[in-house]
Design a protein around this ligand. Structure first.
Ligand code: NAD
Length: 320
């Protein structure tokens, strides 16, 4: 497979001012990318996430990757070899604006596939999500698990995955799919209703508000530390065949109730925890198989308690 090496390449990261994308940008620079370019419409991303990267020469376009001409402009100014597509509107946004969350997940990848087909760049690494599997039909969920989205966010992601695979087959493109499970870590958005459970709990405690458990808290998730995900992605980069997908998960499950108790313990919170009703369409269980990724790379996982305390330390320093 003739894939351009990360070292020495010019790389575009869509959604690169966001949580996972910004850590990926840092890593690509560390690996010696010739140039790292970011397009982010700042829906949830922040320039602060890229502070170090911008100092190291990364270029940020605050623009919308759903608009083909925004991408074309960037390709006309930079000789991009590789694209990592990490742009998305947060899952929670699909609960308030279902079609828009769906559209973003589909439109960005369609624009990229068409540009790739026309020769604008060589290789596409696309971010899918464990959400495409929906509630587990069997466990642990491997890459052959049925695609059964319960949210429009996940439906858009599933559509994007299938689109990518069809463009690969029809047009012979070099594009593949990485499928992270629930990530946590420094820089994950903590503001407002789009925040995930770890950041929102940290934010509440730091602001003197009681944390909440929704729907009993027995739902389980496979939480993976963001730097482990990024490490796996850059190692998988030259291993995955065109059209192939791989889960990036820990193979461990933790209940939301346990996560919240670990956070309150770590932060010395002894107040009450509010019990709230379940959110419609929340999946019950996400227990993933990581046998495939373990077989492909030297796979390193940070223990949850260690990752969580690094994350909470970051929130303590960054939330006021
Ligand atoms: N965080 C997780 O737990 C998780 C799990 C599985 C998959 N993923 C996937 O990883 C990728 C990155 O997720 P994240 O957690 O870093 O989310 P994030 O929201 O922090 O980052 C996404 C970025 O995309 C930007 N964006 C949104 N719409 C855009 C548009 N039209 N044009 C340009 N930029 C746009 C946002 O401003 C944001 O900075 C996504 O594809 C997501 O589906 C994340």
């Amino acid at each position: 497979m003739m894939r351009p090496p990360i070292k020495g390449s010019s790389i575009l990261v869509t959604g690169g001012a966001g949580f996972i994308g910004s850590h990926l940008v840092d890593r690509l620079q560390d690996l010696g990318a010739r140039e790292v370019v970011v397009i982010d419409n700042m829906f949830l991303g922040s320039e602060a996430n890229l502070a170090g990267a911008l100092e190291q020469g990364a270029v940020l376009y605050k623009d919308d990757a759903e608009i083909a001409s925004s991408l074309e402009y960037i390709f006309s100014r930079h000789d991009i070899d590789i694209v990592f597509n990490a742009a998305t509107k947060a899952l929670n946004y699909s609960f308030v604006n279902p079609s828009n969350a769906f559209n973003t997940n589909v439109n960005v990848v369609m624009n990229l596939l068409e540009l790739q087909r026309k020769g604008s760049f060589q290789t596409l690494c696309h971010f899918s999500t464990s959400e495409v599997y929906g509630t587990a039909v069997y466990e642990p969920m491997d890459e052959k698990h049925p695609i059964n989205p319960t949210t429009t966010y996940a439906a858009g992601k599933a559509a994007a995955d299938i689109a990518l695979q069809s463009w690969v087959r029809m047009c012979d493109l070099d594009a593949f799919i990485v499928r992270p499970f629930n990530n946590y870590g420094p820089r994950q958005n903590y503001k407002g209703y789009l925040a995930g459970v770890i950041p929102i709990t940290a934010w509440k405690i730091l602001n003197g508000l009681p944390p909440e458990i929704h729907g009993g808290g027995n739902q389980t998730r496979d939480f993976i530390f963001v730097l482990d995900t990024v490490d796996a992605i850059v190692k998988l980069y030259d291993r995955l065949a065109p059209g192939e997908s791989v889960n990036i998960s820990t193979d461990g499950q933790i209940s939301i109730r346990d996560v919240i108790h670990k956070i309150t313990r770590n932060m010395g919170y002894q107040g009450e925890i509010l019990e709230k009703p379940a959110r419609k369409a929340d999946v019950e269980c996400h227990n993933a198989s990581n046998a495939k990724v373990r077989g492909m790379i030297d796979y390193r996982l940070t223990p949850f308690d260690q990752g969580l305390s690094e994350t909470l330390a970051w929130y303590r320093d960054n939330i006021r």
